[in-house]
Design a protein around this ligand. Structure first.
Ligand code: NAD
Length: 359
């Protein structure tokens, strides 16, 4: 198992170090894990003048999976756009063809009080948002700002989805629903679009429905994105897997992550057509708390569980890691972001150690 480790910026190195402890514990158990480190983001710019240095891209291309911390920092805000840390992330996703972004929103019952929603609405929540990551209005051409005949400026972008792009994300969605059905007995996909207004969405709906015919055991429903945004807050547990395009997924996955109230808990995966993947926490580099040993490493550790499940097809190992996290929370261990006011808190390293001993 060749894993590229790209800690990045801010809290990235601290939280990735805890996830690496988990990988090392698995190595002691007999898994053949090789780690290779590279710079990305601001760290790439500092070391080699490029947020995605060639050496890092090579390491990532040769690896089976990539573990990433986070990128970004105030000190890079004034750089030209191609040199900014987030370009490293956008480019690595594009270079590796990572078109399927999986963002689970899970609320462990122990943390039900961290959500801003009532515990009975969110407790035990376990949904998966699957966002298409390499198409849509973020990449469609033409785009730009033009001057109209009357001298006024006009901004424009183009929403584009080809049939093959929709088809491949649909397959990922139905397969994930089947995999999850083994655990939750549901097997449901809700495809989210705006087919009442957008032609792109009409094609999206048609193609998703065609692909669904190949997965008779999965129940497919369609929902308009405005309704989906409302339903996610009203009754989020009605969903199992949500499949959607890049821009709708961007917004809905952030909304869903906040249902759990704890950004430090949420992992993500971005996969290519062969299940090679980049695994990272949903949160950013949190420069406000970097270097203080207070960041929550659980999202990064849970990203390792996703790596075991989706790239290496080791469901048992994935569940062992998730169970270790659950037991750690049950034992009362909390970093500052998930601790109740006035209760005891532990640091980043201590949380990593607690998960390793639970494992
Ligand atoms: P952020 O996610 O870094 O932080 C938002 C808030 O959540 C902060 O208060 C932070 O302290 C807290 N937080 C985040 N992760 C935490 C953790 N593991 N434990 C405890 N608290 C945590 O978002 P931001 O402040 O908007 O952005 C900061 C930098 O991160 C920016 O440069 C931004 O561009 C970058 N960013 C990177 C990614 C990525 O690498 N994928 C994603 C989002 C933002």
């Amino acid at each position: 198992m060749k894993i590229a480790v790209l800690p990045g910026d801010g809290i990235g190195p601290e939280i990735v170090a805890q996830a690496v402890k988990v990988l090392q514990a698995l190595r002691h158990d007999g898994l053949k894990i090789e780690l290779e480190y590279g710079h990305i983001g601001g760290a790439g710019y500092d070391a080699e003048g490029d947020p995605l240095p060639l050496a890092t891209l090579k390491i990532a291309q040769q690896a089976d999976a990539i573990l990433l911390g986070a990128v970004g920092g105030y000190q890079y805000d004034k750089l030209a756009r191609p040199l900014r840390p987030e370009q490293g992330l956008l480019r690595i996703r594009k270079e590796l063809g990572l078109f399927a972004n999986l963002r689970p929103a899970i609320l462990y019952p122990e943390l039900a009080s961290s959500s801003t929603l009532r515990p009975e609405v969110v407790s035990g929540l376990d949904i998966m948002i699957l966002r298409e990551l390499t198409g849509d209005i973020y990449f469609g051409q033409p785009r730009g700002v033009r001057i109209l005949a009357n001298g006024e400026r006009q901004g424009f972008d183009t929403m584009l989805y080809s049939e093959s792009e929709i088809r491949r994300i649909a397959h990922v969605g139905f397969k994930i629903a089947m995999q999850r059905a083994k655990k939750n007995g549901q097997g449901k996909v809700c495809s989210v679009d705006k087919a009442n207004v957008l032609d792109t969405s009409m094609l999206w709906r048609e193609v998703i429905s065609e692909v669904a015919l190949g997965y008779p055991e999965v129940m497919l429903s369609h929902m308009y994105v405005d309704n989906a945004a409302m339903q996610l807050v009203r009754a989020p547990k009605q969903f199992d897997v949500i499949v959607t395009g890049n821009i709708f997924g961007d917004i809905l996955s952030d909304e869903a992550s906040m249902l759990t109230g704890s950004i430090g808990m949420l992992p993500s995966a971005s996969l290519d057509a062969n299940n090679k993947g980049l695994y990272e926490p949903c949160h950013g580099s949190a420069p406000d708390i970097a270097g203080k040993n207070i960041a929550n490493p659980l999202a990064t550790i849970l990203s390792v569980a996703m790596m075991m499940r989706h790239t290496f097809a080791l469901e048992d190992v994935a569940q062992r890691i998730e169970n270790a996290v659950r037991r750690t929370l049950q034992s009362g261990a909390r970093t500052a972001d998930i601790a109740e006011t006035g209760s005891e808190k532990i640091g980043t390293m201590e949380m990593g150690d607690a998960v390793v001993s639970a494992l």
